[in-house]
Write a protein that binds this ligand. Structure first.
Ligand SMILES: [Mn+2]
Length: 451
């Protein structure tokens, strides 16, 4: 019999809402999981990726993580892990550092045995490179086998990775796939194999409404009352309270009604989301946020979803506006990378919801190809051929459709979040607060952004 704690999507280092308290919360959640593992004496902690929120964790996040891993190691509990999309770096992985320190084992195509189960790993692989995967795993002679992987697998939401293909093409017969990436916990059976997500351990987005937790997975011939060899049980974590207040204003109602609704909740130390819909008078979100703070909220966020009146149509016309834009762009000596970004933003073939992810991916791909760093140098107005290439690329829909994160949904502030990740010291400046759309100025992003 083997008993392991299966967790993932810890997102350590995430200063959600630019809050240092929230940043600590993500590390605390990891610590809580490890505490349970030590108390329980499980055979291993299996981590399915996204231990860190981004590829450049700060020193304090690394030190915090190391001290938690050290506690686990002192208790003799192995930490077996794979690399997720959020933390993946171009060179070595942070996980390799922990392995070098003797605090972790990076799973791969060779079996790592804990109890009587062989564990294998599959790091996150972008959709564009999945065709090259051969799912070749070395033999094992353990009783059971499990594949730990990071990605969006069928049959769960946002899936872009076919689980049956993985299971069919693998040369090891897995009893379970222990997954990370999808922050919504769920378990299903695919072709006789249990596939399960434990979900994130702290809410990385306000869309993650249900309680957080992790899985306790038991490999045992008599698991699940003898009906199976794998049993997946979910355990809850005590995390930061999130309070959601929905206020639908009627004609004539306004700020006082919103306050009245907010007052109905215990806001102590909570992240508070107030959403205003309906009719009624204008409300100043800042005033409501101040009110929530006075009532003990850690982070108050107010979003007014009511239609905001615009200044009417823009009264400018060009014979061919696209042509005018192109002319202006030609004068700007933009780098190839900047043109990539510009074309993704302006293109008709990239759906609005995918723009941020597309931009992020294009820049990342250029960064990943060391040889492509020239693409960030400004080019003169004479070398315009890149622009055509850029447009062709998006015309065939490649970028927009092949999204490893499956971020087909609402990508409100992923890009600004990445910007913060690259420049941690500007993280407090709330860059996303300056965006014009009220729905995207709450510093909050949808769940898909954090898968
Ligand atoms: Mn994640």
């Amino acid at each position: 019999m083997t008993r392991v704690i299966h967790t993932g999507d810890t997102h350590i280092g995430y200063s959600q809402y630019h809050s240092p308290v929230r940043r600590q919360d993500f590390l605390d959640a990891f610590e809580a999981v490890v505490d349970d593992a030590v108390d329980d004496g499980v055979d291993a902690v299996v981590h399915a990726g996204d231990l860190f929120h981004d590829r450049r964790p700060e020193l304090r996040d690394l030190m915090g993580t190391i001290s938690v891993l050290r506690r686990l190691d002192d208790a003799g509990v192995p930490f077996l892990a794979v690399v997720g999309n959020h933390e993946s770096t171009r060179g070595g992985q942070w996980l390799d550092l922990f392995e070098r320190l003797g605090l972790a084992t990076r799973l791969g195509d060779e079996p790592v045995v804990a109890g009587d189960t062989a564990f294998y790993g599959l790091d996150h692989v972008p959709v564009s490179r999945r065709d090259d995967l051969d799912y070749a795993f070395a033999d094992h002679d353990a009783e059971y086998a499990a594949l730990v992987a990071h990605g969006l697998f069928e049959p769960f939401g946002y899936a872009d990775w076919d689980t049956e293909t993985v299971l069919t093409e693998s040369d090891v017969d897995f009893d379970a796939m222990l997954l990370g990436d999808n922050h919504t916990p769920d378990t299903a059976e695919v072709a006789g194999t249990w596939v399960t997500y434990p979900g994130s351990t702290e809410r990385a987005s306000a869309d993650e409404r249900e309680g957080r937790g992790y899985n306790l997975v038991v490999f045992d011939g008599d698991a699940a009352g003898g009906d199976d060899v794998v049993e997946v049980r979910r355990r809850a974590l005590d995390t930061r309270p999130f309070v959601f207040v929905e206020v639908e204003l009627r004609e004539g109602e306004g700020e006082s009604r919103v306050r009245e609704r907010v007052r109905e909740y215990d806001l102590t130390d909570a992240v508070v989301h107030v959403e205003i819909t309906g009719e009624g008078d204008p409300v100043t979100p800042a005033a409501i946020e101040e009110f929530a703070t006075e009532r003990g909220a850690l982070v108050p966020r107010v979003v007014d979803r009511r239609d905001v009146e615009t200044d009417g149509d823009v009264d400018v016309s060009f014979a061919d506006p696209e042509d005018a834009v192109r002319d202006r762009l030609d004068e700007m000596s933009l780098s190839t990378a900047a043109r990539d970004v510009e074309s993704a933003v302006r293109s008709d073939t990239v759906p609005d919801a995918n723009v941020r992810e597309t931009v992020k991916r294009r820049v990342e791909e250029r960064l990943d190809e060391e040889a492509d760093l020239d693409a960030f140098d400004p080019v003169g107005p004479d070398t315009e051929t890149d622009e055509v290439g850029g447009r062709e690329e998006e015309a065939n829909g490649d970028e927009a459709e092949q999204e490893p994160d499956g971020d087909g949904g609402n990508d409100e502030s992923d890009a600004s979040d990445e910007a913060n990740a690259d420049e941690p010291h500007t993280g407090e400046s709330d860059t996303d607060e300056s965006a014009p759309d009220p729905a995207s100025t709450d510093g909050q992003v949808s769940m898909e952004d954090y898968l």
